[in-house]
Design a protein around this ligand. Structure first.
Ligand code: NAP
Length: 290
């Protein structure tokens, strides 16, 4: 057990519930590997107390915090400063307490998924991106792909209106001159007539394929063999979609890499140093008994 003293820097994750979070073992392993005197703890915060908890971070001497479901939008509203990522997405998953006690809100969910596929050899810049799902994760990844210079982004969702709203909002928030070509469609039937063979990267951001949920029905065989496939689901670590993709020879990245990607970016935002992603993965695999 690490010695925690009055000098130990504090970081944590606010969520409700927070018992399922994998961030403490992942971030504490990175802290230890970097030789920092810091500790990362889970913070169970009821929705009606989020503003008090967030505004209390400087008073409690915290260096910063992650914010997870369901607090990402409430936290956004409490920030003194926002990074471009947080402003464009309209949600905060990482807070940094500045020297003067003000709070800067950042969003590392968007770059986490981009980091994950690029770390595995894909290039998002100038590529044609397909995002399945327009919930919190789909929205963050679509924003991340746009910020990373994707040439086109197609967002398919069960509820098409939600995909349309996300695209409308992102177009409004992205800097003027943004050149992305956006498309939306349903996640079933003829998929809005999408030409699957044109995509370079596919981000699966629905909750389908999770343990206990039904599988996603998707024509993986219509993708090009160079299309890089990332599935956000990490329980199971290899979804049916990933298995099919692998069998067809597609490059495939798992959901843990996406979790690690946002963790790497949050760590850098608080401590100003890089961390070894493999340290994070080892800690996650141990925690998940994998
Ligand atoms: P969310 O905001 O609740 O969105 C859920 C998404 O899944 C929506 O697009 C929803 O479509 C779709 N969906 C749910 N049930 C469906 C069904 N029966 N048929 C078709 N579509 C369905 O959740 P989220 O936060 O975006 O998370 C989505 C997934 O990503 C979860 O599995 C989560 O664990 C995972 N995730 C992973 C990471 C990571 O680091 N690896 C990070 C964040 C999230 P509708 O809009 O039509 O309801």
């Amino acid at each position: 057990m690490k010695a925690v003293t009055g000098k130990t820097q504090l970081v944590g994750v606010m969520g409700y519930p927070v018992s399922h979070t994998l961030s403490p073992p992942m971030q504490n392993a990175a802290i230890e590997a970097a030789g920092l005197d810091a500790v990362y703890i889970p913070l169970c915060v009821k929705p009606e107390l989020v503003s008090q908890a967030v505004r209390g971070l400087p008073a409690l001497g915290f260096r910063g915090a992650n914010v997870t479901i369901p607090h990402k939008i409430s936290a956004f509203e409490q920030m003194d400063h926002l990074t471009d990522e947080a402003r464009i997405i309209g949600a905060v998953n990482t807070i940094r307490v500045e020297e003067d006690g003000s709070l800067t809100g950042h969003n590392t969910d968007c770059l986490g998924a981009i980091w994950a596929v690029e770390n595995a050899g894909a290039t998002v810049k100038k590529s044609k991106v397909l995002v399945l799902g327009a919930g919190g994760a789909g929205r963050a990844v679509a924003a991340g792909a746009a910020m990373s210079g994707a040439s086109s982004i197609t967002l398919l969702n069960r509820t098409v209106e939600k995909a349309e709203e996300v695209v409308q909002e992102l177009r409004k928030n992205l800097p003027a001159g943004d050149k992305v070509s956006w498309k939306t469609g349903p996640l079933a039937g003829d998929f809005g007539g999408v030409n699957f063979s044109e995509f370079d990267v596919l981000f699966q951001m629905t909750s389908l394929g999770m343990k206990g949920k039904k599988e996603l029905e998707f024509p993986v065989d219509r993708l090009s063999s160079h299309c890089h496939l990332l599935d956000a689901v990490y329980s199971p670590l290899e979804t049916d979609l990933m298995k099919t993709g692998k069998n067809l020879g597609l490059p495939v990245t798992d959901g843990l890499a996406m979790l690690i990607g946002q963790g790497v970016e949050s760590f850098k935002f608080w401590f100003g140093v890089e961390t070894d992603p493999e340290t994070m993965r080892t800690a996650l695999m141990r925690t998940l008994n994998l």
